[in-house]
Design a protein around this ligand. Sequence first.
Ligand SMILES: C[S@@+](CC[C@H](N)C(=O)[O-])C[C@H]1O[C@@H](n2cnc3c(N)ncnc32)[C@H](O)[C@@H]1O
Length: 210
Amino acid sequence: MRLRNVKNAKEIVEKSAYVVHDSTSHKGKFAEEVFFNNNPIHLEIGMGKGNFLIAMAKKYPHLNFVGVERYESVVCRALEKLEEEHLLNLKILVMDASSLGEVFASEIETIYLNFSDPWPKKRHAKRRLTSLAFLPIYDAICKEEKIIVQKTDNVSLFESSIVSLSIYGYKIEDISLSLADTDKPNCLTEYEAKFMEQGIKINYLYARKK
Ligand SMILES: C[S@@+](CC[C@H](N)C(=O)[O-])C[C@H]1O[C@@H](n2cnc3c(N)ncnc32)[C@H](O)[C@@H]1O
């Protein structure tokens, strides 16, 4: 993700009603207390500039969407797009995914990992969002049945995800090495749109653990 320094990013984020500021105080009751409903929560980790999250929130108004992004300057780009919208089913958390266990408890229905940083070096493998360091965190925040949906251009990350998800008890129920050649419903991310323009194939998997 190219980071352009956004002037007043901190202030813009602090003022936004889309950003949940007291995130740890709703643990276990996020839907009721933040969205004021009991609809399922779908979480995108590493939401970037928000194209996927915004499109999904519009397409599925009966679901709650939460985007997680660690950089305020990136979140500001999503907030710019949201200025024109009035989406009651979308919220944003500015935080690192490693602390998600402080925010949620057994309440997430689906996790989306779109074009996550690949961390190709072996010594950084634990930082991959599908590594065995993150899967226990997802266990704690997800409902009894856990669903992870991944899209990536990066074959090494995709392979390492298949390995760690399988070791951790997930079944890969659906997989494609060229998402564009399938008829699956799909909302594009910023990275995905660029890769598709360049003719790069997108790997996709849908994994479930009961
Ligand atoms: C390569 S970009 C992809 C952005 C977007 N999902 C897309 O497909 O266009 C990865 C994003 O994930 C964020 N990210 C990476 N690791 C993260 C973590 N541990 N917690 C929160 N955000 C993270 C990065 O800051 C970056 O914005």
